[in-house]
Design a binder for this molecule. Structure first.
Ligand SMILES: Cc1cc2nc3c(=O)[nH]c(=O)nc-3n(C[C@H](O)[C@H](O)[C@H](O)COP(=O)(O)OP(=O)(O)OC[C@H]3O[C@@H](n4cnc5c(N)ncnc54)[C@H](O)[C@@H]3O)c2cc1C
Length: 427
């Protein structure tokens, strides 16, 4: 029985193992962390990716642990309402939008992998250090948490799900240019807090120069009727530090921007002040790659297409990749052919999301209001921006963000219509 080696037991790697199992394909996951822990803060899974998780039979568990997001609401930094639109099932989708603690999502997936694929399928304390293609096999060299080398592994095929600092991406693209800082620093945290608005509203408020806040509940049923509320403070400023999801931040470094954000629907200084732990992260992405696969090596999720977290789409795109890759592997025993078909399906559409997150993320309506109002309170919001304009912006984003595969190419069936060439990114 063939075995797919997955490097990285994050969201993408775990969903890939579950999808492969569904198709009767064995996998082994090599994860750098010595122990699997519930790390991170809030994360969103949009309906297109929820559909994949539902297909894996995880809907009930997700519904138990997550908040089913009811609406997305936009405000200026004076707490004045701009626009609200329904989300998930409330917007007519077949599946919900989940707002969930990344640790809850991760541990739910880990449990499912261990139950369905076997308790020994996830090999922890194995950080990939080097990859080498040897004939029709791939040699993987790992180190443990102390940096000591482990016995090499010879794999039939390898999927790099090793996230933003992917070793496999660097192996395939040793001369890739530097990552691109978007000019925005973000601080993230969670706090036990009373619900606000509908109790399941995702709020985006303000704009990046003075300060922007994204906040939404990710867990209900805390003592005293509280919810676990996730928040992200985003400020345009010079870059501080490296990309590290776990790097600690300080309230004092950014909270001043939000000191007077006391609205009748939310007291922002109080929310920020209740947080136990604050994380700091520079918003960085990388230009889309000209290819993801070589022979028996390919990339998936953040390793393939790191994007700025502006559209709630990082986890979702990794989940869609996993579904597509497993489907193509199930269709043929020729791994290289399956990798090429997977890349054909997913590389262009994820590149479009990377670019859309840069140019026109769903919160672009906030920039419009900021610029047209001169960053001042407004008398009547509809004089500044119409609902139709706001809907057009979020609608354009969703169209790109929820596309699963490219539109059929009429030339695809013509002789000589090569896959790699056809999909080459404009530079
Ligand atoms: C600790 C952590 C916390 C995060 N917190 C948040 C958050 O709060 N909100 C949010 O929106 N997103 C967060 N993310 C990112 C988010 O999970 C991803 O953007 C998204 O889910 C895509 O998933 P992925 O599987 O591609 O990458 P990830 O989920 O990042 O998974 C990558 C995995 O690869 C492992 N890995 C890395 N290098 C190696 C190596 N050399 N060898 C073996 N294994 C390796 C990592 O330990 C990790 O488990 C976090 C990621 C991590 C790793």
């Amino acid at each position: 029985m063939r075995t797919v080696s997955i490097v990285g037991g994050g969201i993408g790697g775990l969903v890939l193992a579950l999808e492969l199992e569904r198709h009767g394909i064995r996998s082994l996951i090599y994860e750098a962390a010595p122990r699997l822990q519930a790390l991170g803060v809030g994360i969103n899974v949009l309906p297109h990716a929820s559909a994949v998780l539902a297909g894996l039979g995880l809907e009930e568990q997700l519904t138990d642990r997550a908040v089913l997001t009811r609406e997305a609401a936009f405000y200026n930094r004076f707490g004045q309402h701009i626009f609200t639109e329904p989300a998930g099932r409330w917007a007519g989708h077949d599946h919900p939008q989940y707002s969930i603690h990344r640790g809850d999502l991760h541990s739910l997936l880990v449990d499912a992998v261990r139950r369905r694929c076997g308790s020994d399928v996830i090999v922890t304390n194995s950080r990939l250090d080097r990859v080498r293609e040897v004939g029709d096999r791939v040699e993987l060299r790992f180190v443990d948490d102390n940096g000591d080398p482990l016995d090499p592994v010879v794999a039939e095929s390898v999927v790099g799900c090793d996230g933003i600092h992917s070793v496999i991406r660097k192996t395939l693209h040793p001369d890739e240019g530097p990552a691109r800082y978007s000019g925005v620093m973000m601080w993230r945290g969670v706090a036990a807090h009373p619900g606000f608005l509908s109790g399941a509203t995702m709020v985006r408020a303000g704009w990046l120069q003075p300060g922007k806040l994204v906040t939404y509940p990710i867990r209900t049923g805390l003592p005293d009727g509280l919810q676990l509320v996730n928040w992200v403070a985003e400020i345009e400023m010079p870059r501080r530090g490296e990309r590290d999801w776990q790097r600690r931040g300080q309230l004092a470094d950014f909270a001043g921007r939000f000191a007077d954000w006391r609205f009748d629907w939310l007291d922002v200084p109080q929310l920020l002040g209740r947080s136990e732990q604050i994380l700091e992260y520079p918003m960085i992405d990388q230009d889309p790659l000209p290819f993801w696969s070589r022979g028996r090596l390919t990339l998936l999720g953040d390793a393939a297409h790191p994007m700025v977290p502006r559209g709630s789409n990082g986890a979702g795109q990794a989940i869609l990749d996993a579904e597509a890759l497993a489907r193509h592997l199930a269709r043929t025993d020729d791994t290289a052919q399956a990798f090429a078909a997977y890349e054909d399906e997913r590389r262009q559409v994820t590149a479009a999301v990377v670019r859309m997150n840069r140019a026109e993320p769903p919160d672009a309506i906030l920039r419009t209001v900021y610029e047209r109002s001169g960053d001042a309170p407004v008398r009547t919001m509809s004089d500044i921006v119409t609902e139709a304009e706001a809907q057009a912006i979020t609608g354009r984003y969703l169209k790109v963000a929820t596309t699963r595969s490219p539109a059929p190419d009429p030339s695809a069936s013509l002789p000589g219509a090569g896959t790699r060439e056809r999909n080459e990114e404009p530079q």
